[in-house]
Design a binder for this molecule. Structure first.
Ligand SMILES: Nc1ncnc2c1ncn2[C@@H]1O[C@H](COP(=O)(O)OP(=O)(O)O)[C@@H](O)[C@H]1O
Ligand SMILES: [Mg+2]
Length: 379
């Protein structure tokens, strides 16, 4: 007798700047879970989180997926008075495995992973720790540094330091002396290049720090380098594997918000045309980066690749004779998953088509051990 299909709770939308991308990612994942052999394996229950943080049941979620547009306030019969999570819609009790397809704060940062953990239901992707550390650029960089992984020189800044004129001035002098120009100023907890700026002089540095501080108290300033941008997809939990590399190419000074999200301003090259040694090194580093921040299940690891040996002198730089230098830029624990996104495209180029990829992701969620305090105490 065929076994009953596994009920997958696909959650998308969410309270972050990447709400619209999440809808597109979810449509791709839902399509793949309903396709071929997956159609018999899985029963899909979709849940939509609107931009106020309210959860909506499959009837609403399916309509959002069908139109591809966020739910407008007038389309909802009875909107809760308070924003934020107000409880799960009833069909959530039937979910066997949760599949969060949420990007950025409130989805990629450990918050929803905490909810699933409390519910004691397996879920796709990293747990609370890996998600939270991967999201926060200060914490991520500290974890990479502790693991001896190569990063460009950087400094962490607390927005409090911007408040007093004297302290601010000495901060700026310190950053100039330690990192120089150009440098990049980033809020620690966003994504999609929001709040990030490049500074080539003091007034831009001051403006960039103030702009980033409007998004987050925790800031990072990095030495700016001239480098190609490579990405690697990782899959698996106990045993992790890395995909072929992809390269992002664009006609802009750096990969800012407009370049990322305007059709035709950037394109991907898969596999990335780099020497085999560089590709192998990046794939090894990608898995080490996941281990360093406790990311698992799925992740996209992004690199800077300087073709000529670097003079940036960052910790652990991996200059190899004639092979240039690889630096880790960041890890994304719930990377974009649209049909045009790097993560699924890298796996397709590595021999794992979309349908099989989502099947693997769900299977890997089952490997997850539910922390059981009672058992641990009894042992
Ligand atoms: N140190 C750096 N040197 C050169 N370019 C950088 C540096 N840091 C960031 N960038 C540029 O800014 C983009 C966005 O930075 P990133 O740290 O990846 O932020 P996000 O998490 O928003 O994607 C990068 O893809 C790259 O083009
Ligand atoms: Mg990035």
């Amino acid at each position: 007798m065929p076994s009953a299909p596994t009920s997958i709770g696909l959650v998308f939308g969410g309270v972050s700047g990447e709400h619209a991308v999440s809808i597109r990612s979810a449509a791709t994942v839902a399509g793949a879970l309903g396709c071929g052999s997956n159609a018999e394996r899985y029963r899909l229950l979709c849940f939509y989180i609107d931009q106020q943080g309210h959860w909506w049941p499959p009837a609403v979620a399916d309509a959002v997926l069908a139109t591809g547009h966020p739910l407008e306030p007038e389309e909802v019969p009875a909107r809760p008075v308070r924003p934020g999570f107000q409880g799960l819609p009833a069909p959530a009790a039937e979910v066997d495995v949760w599949f969060p397809v949420l990007h950025g704060p409130n989805g990629e940062d450990g918050t929803i992973q905490g909810l699933f953990t409390l519910m004691q239901v397996p879920f796709v992707g990293s747990g609370v720790l890996g998600s939270a550390v991967g999201m926060d650029k200060q914490a991520m960089k500290a974890a990479f540094a502790a693991a001896g992984l190569p990063q460009v020189p950087y400094r962490c800044v607390d927005a409090v330091e911007l408040g007093e004129p004297q302290r601010f001035e000495s901060l700026v002098e310190r950053l100039e002396a330690q990192l120089g120009y150009p440098c990049f100023i980033k809020p620690a907890n966003l994504g999609s290049s929001v709040g990030i700026s490049k500074a080539t002089n003091r007034s831009a540095l001051v403006g960039g720090l103030r702009a980033a501080a409007r998004h987050d108290r925790r800031l990072v300033v990095e030495k700016g380098i001239v480098a190609r941008e490579l990405e690697c997809a990782v899959l698996g939990r106990q045993s992790m594997r890395a995909s072929v590399l992809g390269e992002i190419r664009f006609d802009a000074d750096w990969y800012d918000y407009t370049t990322k999200y305007t059709e035709g301003l950037s394109h991907t090259v898969i596999p990335a045309p780099v020497p085999a040694a560089v590709s192998e090194r990046a794939r090894t580093l990608a898995i080490e980066a996941c281990r360093a921040v406790a990311a698992e299940g799925l992740a996209r690891v992004d690199f800077f690749y300087e073709e000529s040996p670097s003079d940036a002198n960052g910790a652990g730089a991996t200059a190899e004779a004639g092979a240039g230098t690889l630096w880790l830029n960041e890890i994304n624990t719930l990377p974009g998953f649209t049909s045009q996104s790097m993560y699924p495209m890298l796996w397709a180029a590595s021999g794992l088509p979309l349908e099989e990829l989502v099947h693997h992701l769900v299977q890997d969620a089952g490997e997850w051990n539910i922390p059981n305090g009672a058992e641990a105490q009894a042992a």
